[in-house]
Design a protein around this ligand. Structure first.
Ligand SMILES: Nc1ncnc2c1ncn2[C@@H]1O[C@H](COP(=O)(O)OP(=O)(O)O)[C@@H](O)[C@H]1O
Ligand SMILES: CC(C)(COP(=O)(O)O)[C@@H](O)C(=O)NCCC(=O)O
Ligand SMILES: [K+]
Length: 238
């Protein structure tokens, strides 16, 4: 059995693959990841662990420790490279590119073998542009929904509120909480339309990440694939 792990800045996502099928999956806040985060997978015979991590050294170290303790396995960490599985990196120094971006773009390109735009809506929103030949043309890194709100709270004196409105709407707000929350969703929607405008004829649009389905629903174009980052692991770690 293989354990695949996608460690983002907010959530650690995992799944277990047995004979090509996903048999278990789960997630835990990255900051709270511990020995018991994989539930009853502790009793399974995990003989391989593939990881894509952008969460930093401490969390990677913790995962190594857990894998050794539970299954005596040394996890294989995916690395961004200049070329892999038909995809070519645009960065002069590929090691500087977050491996989650690299994994998602490889998985998306491998699905269709033509030009793609890949949008990962997590802590940050990343937008990647790939040509028909699999060349990464470049991308954007934009604050995600939560970071947009938090940066306002952190850098202003009077933007303060207790409770967030539960509903996700984009009309102009009539309280601080509404104005901030709905402002972030409004910007998110504007971004979705801008990306749609970048879509060239014949190119495919992929969304992934915790808030990816929300963005896809706003324009009803392209497809949402929840596990694009983990789908890239088998291409990069082998
Ligand atoms: N404190 C929290 N508890 C649970 N979920 C959260 C919390 N903060 C953010 N989220 C949600 O977690 C998801 C994070 O998206 P994800 O793509 O997993 O991000 P990342 O890859 O950056 O970790 C988002 O859908 C976000 O709404
Ligand atoms: C852009 C990111 C913060 C996205 O992380 P996430 O939202 O998935 O937690 C991550 O890919 C990263 O740390 N990248 C390094 C900088 C770069 O890719 O150029
Ligand atoms: K992301």
């Amino acid at each position: 059995m293989r354990l695949e792990v996608d460690i983002g800045n907010t959530l650690l996502k995992w799944r277990v693959i047995d004979a090509g099928n996903v048999i278990k999956k789960g997630s835990v806040l990255t900051q709270e990841f511990a020995h018991d985060s994989f539930g009853d997978v502790v009793n399974d015979r995990v003989d391989e662990v593939f990881v894509g991590s952008v969460a930093g050294f401490e969390c990677d170290k913790r995962l190594r420790k857990v894998c050794r303790a539970l299954w005596e396995v040394e996890p294989i960490f995916a690395k961004t490279s200049s070329q892999c599985a038909g995809v070519t990196n645009s960065y002069e120094d590929p090691s500087k590119m977050g491996v989650d971006r690299w994994l998602a773009m490889i998985a998306a390109y491998k699905r269709v073998n033509k030009a793609v735009i890949v949008v990962d809506c997590g802590s940050a929103v990343t937008v990647e542009y790939l040509s028909d030949k699999g060349e990464h043309l470049g991308g954007y890194i934009i604050p995600g929904l939560r970071l947009m709100r938090e940066s306002l709270l952190k850098n202003t004196a009077q933007v303060r509120f207790e409770k967030q409105p539960a509903e996700i709407v984009t009309h102009p707000g009539v309280s601080t909480a509404e104005a901030v929350l709905q402002g972030s969703v409004y910007l998110f929607k504007a971004l979705a339309y801008a990306i749609e405008g970048d879509l060239e004829k014949g190119a495919e649009l992929f969304f992934t990440g915790g808030d990816g389905a929300l963005m896809q629903e706003m324009i009803q174009v392209g497809r949402y694939e929840s596990d694009l980052v983990m789908d890239g692991l088998a291409w990069v770690c082998r």
